[in-house]
Design a protein around this ligand. Structure first.
Ligand code: HEC
Ligand code: HEC
Length: 465
């Protein structure tokens, strides 16, 4: 038989290409600064996937029952709830007031929301002062969150529009960038004019990865980084929020939400069922209607409560057990260089690389895991431009929780957009950095002064997370 020379030539050509790439970047040079295992953002629990479903896998090491429960929880997270009465009583009870029909509308593919109604943006509302448990003081007519949706026969609270104004700036080397400041207008308000002193906080839903590991951090491991009065004099404080936990009925260290305004995933999930979908639970029994919203109060409900504690538990377990994807390109020279610059810029004063989870989590796989979330989970004053001027428990209007950076480089792949920061105003990672101010001003200015190549390396590092 005649040998297929054409095929052979192709094979040799491919082999030589591969060899070329290897010789061009010698392994020794690649490995400078590489730390064994740093690609495993959630340590031994890391998920090995980088597809558009990278945020949707359960972490490894769950027991057989937990593995099954994850899938039941997943269905409650993704399903669309319907209005009561309906033939599927386990899945009805949407509203009367709501923002979206499913958790996944705002956490699409367990990822990041966009600054749009129904796709992840919501407005927390309050008036000055605090409520009985230290929480923001709900508005009498509009409550604690703007409901921009309602079931038939009930008027939604209103809607919103966003207008962005652009300001350009320049890096020290002359390259320009542009930042867009959002300006919000509430429209079609159905329950009277809003209190003139109303405070509001626009927020998008975060990616759902690794949250159980964050919950499993001991208070001490988080408080070890707190420096509320900046005693070490580095210009960065780090303050703990203490918030009301409806489950234990105590004040607890806040860990979740953009202002660390919720202590645990049980409260967060039950709170989202009520506040975002209008689904009652044993924890939050009353529908989300203010006293002047009569049709809301008299609307048919989907049971008392609308989701029972078994199904609520499945959903909570789901939020606890979503894994964290493995990093990409972590041995590339530019990424390793970027990692070093990130450190030198002082980004790690807040975006702490490494933490170890505690030993008390009910789910065994969450205990004793070395994680690399790139967050201290503490509050920092980020300056006036990012401020919402709405206090949330101990968080001031200018303070935000350091957003973990794990998964950052996959948001585009999973969600098809790269809107960042609490209100999605940043369109790129560079813009997100340039919005940093307040305690992060020194870091931001140091980034601004870098050369183009150095900035690109930092971004390459961040995209590898
Ligand atoms: C209307 C959009 C929307 C819907 C629907 C929604 N969320 Fe969220 N989610 C958000 C926003 C916005 C935040 C940030 C909240 C804050 O900072 O106060 C958030 C935060 C969270 C967090 C904390 C994440 C973190 O990193 O701290 C969890 C957990 C969560 N949501 C779970 C759920 C579950 C479970 C459901 C369904 C029962 C749900 N969400 C439905 C918008 C939404
Ligand atoms: C003083 C603490 C602090 C420092 C220093 C700091 N950050 Fe942040 N970072 C934050 C906080 C808080 C947020 C969330 C702010 C918000 O959403 O309004 C954040 C958000 C981000 C985000 C957007 C994350 C997301 O998912 O939306 C990126 C990217 C980021 N930081 C990168 C950096 C880089 C790079 C540096 C160093 C040049 C840096 N940060 C320094 C506290 C800090």
């Amino acid at each position: 038989m005649k040998p297929n020379y054409f095929l052979l030539v192709i094979i040799f050509w491919l082999a030589s290409c591969k060899k070329d790439t290897i010789t061009e970047s010698p392994a020794t040079q690649d490995l400078v600064g590489y730390e064994e295992g740093e690609e495993l953002s959630a340590g031994i629990r890391t998920v090995n996937d980088q597809s558009n479903l990278a945020f949707s896998y359960q972490l490894s090491g769950l027991n057989p029952q937990e593995k099954l429960n994850f899938f039941v929880g997943n269905s409650f997270f993704n399903q669309n709830w319907v209005e009561a009465p309906s033939s599927t009583t386990a899945r009805d009870g949407l509203g009367p007031m709501f923002n979206a029909r499913s958790c996944a509308s705002c956490h699409f593919r367990d990822g990041r929301g966009e600054p749009l109604a129904n796709k992840g943006l919501l407005f927390r509302l309050s008036i000055p002062g605090v409520g009985t448990n230290g929480e923001p003081n709900a508005d009498i007519n509009y409550g604690g969150q703007l409901s921009d949706n309602a079931i038939q026969g009930v008027n939604k609270e209103g809607a919103f529009t966003i207008f962005y104004s652009e300001q350009s700036g320049a890096f020290s080397d002359g390259e320009t960038y542009s930042l867009r400041t959002p300006l919000y207008t509430f429209t079609g308000l159905n329950y009277g004019a809003m209190n003139s002193g109303i405070l509001f906080s626009p927020r998008v839903g975060q990616q759902m990865i690794g949250l159980g590991l964050v919950e499993a951090l001991s208070d001490n491991s988080i408080l070890a980084n707190a420096d509320e009065n900046d005693i070490n004099g580095d210009g960065v404080s780090g303050k703990a929020n203490y918030v009301y936990d409806a489950v234990s009925k105590n004040q607890k260290l806040g860990k979740f939400g953009w202002k660390a305004n919720v202590a645990n995933l049980y409260h967060q999930t039950a709170g989202a069922f009520l506040g975002d979908l209008g689904i009652t639970t044993w924890l939050f029994k009353n529908e989300n209607c203010t006293s002047i919203q009569n049709t809301c109060q008299t609307a048919i409900n989907g049971g008392t409560p609308e989701i029972d504690s078994t199904n609520l538990n499945f959903t909570v377990l789901y939020t606890r057990t979503l894994g964290v994807p493995i990093r990409r390109n972590y041995k590339d020279a530019n990424v390793l260089m970027g990692k070093m610059i990130f450190k030198n810029l002082g980004c790690e004063s807040c975006h702490k690389a490494k933490l170890i989870t505690g030993t008390n989590a009910a789910i065994n796989a969450l205990n004793n895991v070395e994680i690399r979330p790139y967050s201290d989970f503490l509050l920092h004053d980020m300056g006036t431009a990012l401020a919402d001027n709405r206090p949330d428990y101990l968080a001031s209007g200018a303070e935000w929780r350091t957003q973990p950076l794990w998964g950052l480089g996959l948001i585009q792949t999973v969600n098809g957009h790269s809107y960042l920061l609490h209100d999605g105003r940043a369109r790129t990672i560079v813009e997100a950095i340039m919005w940093h101010d307040g305690e992060a001003a020194n870091s931001k200015n140091a980034f601004k002064a870098l050369s183009k190549k150095e900035r690109d390396n930092v971004i390459a590092f961040l995209k590898s997370l």
